[in-house]
Design a protein around this ligand. Structure first.
Ligand code: PLP
Length: 447
C-alpha cells in the first residue's frame, strides 16, 4: 500500500497540475490521494477515513457510492454512453429536461445543457446578450454583477465575476461589468437593513440611469458562495428581481452552488418566490456524480431565438458532451431520491441540528461570524473579535484550520479566513455530530 502511495505521489507531483492551487506549496507537501468513497466518508489510498465535510466542492448530495445512482449509470451504459444533441436527442436528456422544467420556478420551461457551472453561466450571458439583439433592441450589451461575485472561470464567467484575487490578472481579456455592493453587513460593520439599502439604492440608480445599456443582472441567489458563504438579508433577492422587471433587465440566477436543496429549498430562488428569466444549475444536479450543468430559460427568451433560419437568430453554442446520457440518467435517479427520501424536509431539520451544535462556537474569541443557510455554513475567523480585524492573509488561518480538521478526520477547503462546512445532504445526525465536533475542535486548536 505504501509503495503504491509513494509511486502515485511522485507521479502526481510530476504530471498533475491542480486547480486553484499554488503548485509550489502543493508539491512540497504530502498529497492526499483518495481511493474510494462510501456514504459521507472518503478513504485515501493509505486506508485513512475522512468525512467529506465540503461535499467534494459543494456538490455531493446523497453520499458516495450510492447503489441507486451507480445502477442508473450502469443501466444507461448498457444502452449508450454518449450521443450528441446536435440534430438528435436521447432519452435521459429529454426526460431530465421535462423534470427540470417541472421543479424549477414556474416560467423556466426550456433547458440548455452544458457540463460545468462556468459553461452554464457562459450560456446564460450569451443568451441574455443575444436575446436583446434578436429582438432588435440595440445597446443592451453589458451586465450587472455583485461585489465579490463568483460565477466560474471561463472568460465570460470571469467577466461577470468580481473577486480580484481570481480575476485581476485577466482584466485585459474581460468585458467590463457594472458592480453593485453585496449586502455583507458583518464586514461593512453596519446592520442588515443598512447593507440591504446600499445594495438596492445602487441597483436602482444603475437601472434608472443605464437600463438601456444593460442586458441582465447576474446574482448568486440568497447565498454568495465563494466570497465566504454570505447570506443576503431577507427580501433582498425579491426586491432586486422586482427592480429588474420594472426596468426591463433580465435576471440571471446562478444556482450552481445553491441549487438542489443546499439552502433548505430545492432552489434558493424558491425561498423568496423569485422567478428569474434565466437560471444556471450544476454541481448537485447529478447528485455530485457526473459533470452536467444546465441553463434554463423562460419561454419569452426562447421565443426570441425561434425564427426562420435566414433571420440569423439561432443560438450558435454547444459542447461535444452537451446532454450526455450518462449524466442525465444519474441526474434523474438523483431527483428520484430527492422525492423518495424527502430530502428538502430533511435538510431543514439537519440544518437546525447543525445550528444548535455550532452555537457554542459563537463565544470563542476568534470566531467573528457564523453564517448559515440550510446546509451551507461559513465561519469567519478574525484576529480581533471586537474590531473585526481580519487575520492577515499570510497567517493562513483557514488553511491551517482545514489541515487540522483533516488530521482529525474531516475534509474541507477554506475560503480565505472563512471555514466552510457544506456536508452531503444525506449526512445523518450522528455524522453531523461527529463532523461539527471535528470542526469545533479544529477551530479551537488553531485560533
Ligand atoms: N457559479 C457559482 C455560484 C459557483 O459557486 C461555482 C463554483 O463554485 C460556479 C458558478 C462554477 O461552477 P464550476 O466549477 O462547475 O464551473
Amino acid at each position: 500500500m505504501n509503495a503504491d502511495y509513494d509511486r502515485l505521489a511522485a507521479l502526481n507531483k510530476d504530471h498533475l497540475w491542480h486547480p486553484f492551487t499554488q503548485m509550489k506549496d502543493y508539491t512540497n507537501s504530502d498529497p492526499l490521494i483518495i481511493e474510494r468513497g462510501e456514504g459521507v466518508m472518503l478513504y485515501d489510498i493509505q486506508g485513512r477515513a475522512y468525512y467529506d465535510g465540503f461535499s467534494s466542492v459543494w456538490l455531493n448530495v446523497h453520499g458516495h457510492n450510492v447503489p441507486e445512482l451507480n445502477q442508473a449509470i450502469t443501466e444507461q451504459l448498457g444502452r449508450v454512453a454518449h450521443t450528441t444533441l446536435l440534430g438528435m436527442a436521447n432519452v435521459p436528456a429529454i426526460e431530465l429536461a421535462e423534470k427540470l422544467a417541472a421543479i424549477t420556478p414556474r416560467q423556466l420551461n426550456k433547458v440548455f445543457y452544458s457540463d460545468s457551472g462556468a459553461t452554464g453561466v457562459e450560456i446564460a450571458i450569451k443568451m441574455a446578450f443575444q436575446y436583446w439583439h434578436n429582438r432588435g433592441i440595440r445597446g443592451k450589451t453589458t451586465f450587472i454583477t455583485m461585489n465579490q461575485a463568483y460565477h466560474g472561470d471561463t472568460i465570460g464567467a470571469v467577466s461577470v465575476g468580481a473577486i480580484p484575487l481570481y480575476h485581476d490578472v485577466f482584466r485585459q481579456m474581460l468585458f467590463p461589468s457594472h458592480i453593485i455592493p453585496y449586502p455583507y453587513a458583518y464586514r461593512h460593520a453596519c446592520g442588515e437593513t443598512e447593507a440591504l439599502e446600499a445594495t438596492l439604492t445602487a441597483l436602482s440608480h444603475l437601472l434608472q440611469t443605464r437600463a438601456d445599456e444593460i442586458a441582465a443582472l447576474i446574482v448568486e441567489p440568497i447565498v454568495q458562495g465563494a466570497s465566504g458563504i454570505i447570506v443576503m438579508p431577507p427580501g433582498c433577492l425579491r426586491q432586486m428581481a422586482e427592480l429588474c422587471r420594472k426596468h426591463g433587465v433580465l435576471l440571471i440566477a446562478d444556482e450552481v452552488a445553491t441549487g438542489f436543496g443546499r439552502t433548505g429549498a430545492m432552489f434558493a430562488c424558491d425561498l423568496e418566490a423569485v422567478s428569474p428569466d434565466l437560471m444556471v444549475i450544476g454541481k448537485g444536479l447529478t447528485g455530485g456524480y457526473l459533470p452536467v450543468a444546465a441553463t434554463l430559460a423562460i419561454d419569452e427568451v426562447y421565443d426570441a431565438f425561434y425564427a426562420d433560419y435566414h433571420e440569423q437568430k439561432t443560438f450558435f453554442h454547444g459542447h461535444s458532451y452537451t446532454g450526455n446520457p450518462l449524466g442525465c440518467a444519474v441526474a434523474l435517479a438523483s431527483l428520484k431520491l430527492f422525492e423518495e427520501r424527502s430530502m428538502i424536509e430533511g435538510v431543514r431539520a439537519k440544518a437546525s441540528f447543525v445550528e444548535r451544535k455550532l452555537a457554542a462556537l459563537k463565544d470563542r474569541p476568534h470566531v467573528g461570524e457564523i453564517r448559515q443557510q440550510g446546509m451551507m455554513i461559513g465561519i469567519e475567523l478574525v484576529r480581533d473579535k471586537e474590531s473585526r480585524e481580519p487575520y492577515d492573509w499570510a497567517e493562513r488561518i483557514g488553511v491551517r484550520t482545514s489541515l487540522q480538521a483533516r488530521e482529525l478526520g474531516m475534509l474541507t477547503r477554506p475560503l480565505g479566513n472563512v471555514i466552510v462546512f457544506i456536508p452531503p445532504l444525506s449526512s445523518t445526525e450522528a455524522e453531523l455530530d461527529a463532523m461539527t465536533s471535528i470542526l469545533t475542535e479544529s477551530i479551537i486548536s488553531v485560533t
